[in-house]
Design a binder for this molecule. Structure first.
Ligand code: B12
Length: 253
């Protein structure tokens, strides 16, 4: 197990010391940052600081120096956002600060996206993705979309606050065989189940596979609501999409 002194970045060390109280979260973050390159720690620090311009510049520099996009995403951007999430939960920071961090995350992701999306040549399937009704969180959904596109999926992004009818319309309009829903709030998670019910009511449930995800969503919750698949992160989202589309034809007859 790593020690906090193994983390080279002063700012990150202080953030962990000062704000992360739960032992398992401290241990996870110490291990994560102790093995992350100094440049990744700098990116995370700038993101935690809500410093848009610095995240933008450092992400570009890291990619130009040959560091893999996935590493920059995981060890820099997502790792930084992890600390932001803990500070927000514990009321050390509030919505305006989190918004600044989210903007900084997007500035970094703007460099990552073209790289992750470039890989796909032949579309392997079409996916509709959206954040459910009442929910404005889109960072995780957007990461999933990048990874799906990078793996060759064609993705139609419905954005945030997506009503069940909108999901249905999109599935029909694009003749899609797979739908992915994201929810970050315990109050909006039930809207995933409501959307699934709307597909049943519209007599379309057996025409589309449905996968769900988002920080509060679990495999158990996904099973209970009748989803076909669940993914805990963007890599799992791709694996689930491949699995679900593997069992049905790629395009409807
Ligand atoms: C950033 C953020 C915001 C930003 C959102 C900006 C944006 N454009 O997204 C802003 C400031 C707007 C915001 C607002 C609010 N937020 Co907020 N927010 C967060 C925060 C800090 C980070 C979320 C995030 O981006 N995580 C990083 C991404 C990469 O992770 P992720 O979303 O989980 O996604 C990954 C996986 O879940 C998965 N995944 C995601 N979607 C999907 C979909 C599929 C199909 C699959 C397979 C996988 C998958 O893959 C992703 C990539 O690995 C979280 C804290 C946290 N720890 O989650 C709180 C959090 C989600 N927010 C919270 C709250 C309470 C709110 C507000 C109600 C606050 C308020 N008082 O106004 C509002 C609600 C606004 C609304 N109606 O939606 C709570 C929710 C508590 C709960 N259980 O309900 C949290 C948990 C913070 C806390 N208190 O602990 N928030």
């Amino acid at each position: 197990m790593a020690e906090i002194t193994d983390i080279s970045n002063d700012f990150i060390r202080q953030e962990i010391e000062e704000y992360i109280e739960r032992p398992e979260e401290r241990e996870r973050n110490i291990n994560l940052f102790a093995r992350a390159r100094p440049k990744m720690q700098e990116i995370a620090a700038a993101l935690i600081d809500g410093d848009n311009d610095t995240v933008n510049r450092l992400t570009r520099e890291a990619l130009d120096s040959g560091i893999e996009a996935l590493e920059v995403m995981d060890d820099g951007l997502i790792a930084g956002m992890g600390i932001v999430g803990i500070k927000f939960r514990q009321n050390f920071i509030f919505v305006p600060e989190v918004l600044a961090c989210a903007r900084a995350m997007k500035a970094g992701m703007a460099h990552i996206e073209p790289i992750l999306s470039a890989a796909g040549i032949e579309p392997v399937g079409k996916v509709i993705m959206g954040t459910v009704k009442g929910d404005l969180h889109d960072i995780g959904k957007n990461l999933c979309i990048m990874m799906l596109r990078g793996s060759g999926f064609e993705v139609i992004d419905l954005g945030v606050d997506t009503a069940p009818d909108r999901f249905i319309e999109a599935v029909e309009e694009h003749d899609a065989l797979l739908l992915g829903m994201s929810a970050l709030l315990s109050t909006t998670m039930p809207n995933m189940g409501k959307t699934i019910e709307a597909f049943i009511d519209a007599d379309l449930r057996d025409k589309v596979k449905i996968m769900v995800g988002g920080a509060p969503v679990t495999q158990e919750f996904a099973d209970d609501m009748g989803a076909d698949g669940y993914g805990k992160d963007a890599l799992a989202c791709v694996a689930t999409a491949k699995k679900l589309l593997g069992v049905v034809a790629k395009t409807r007859a």
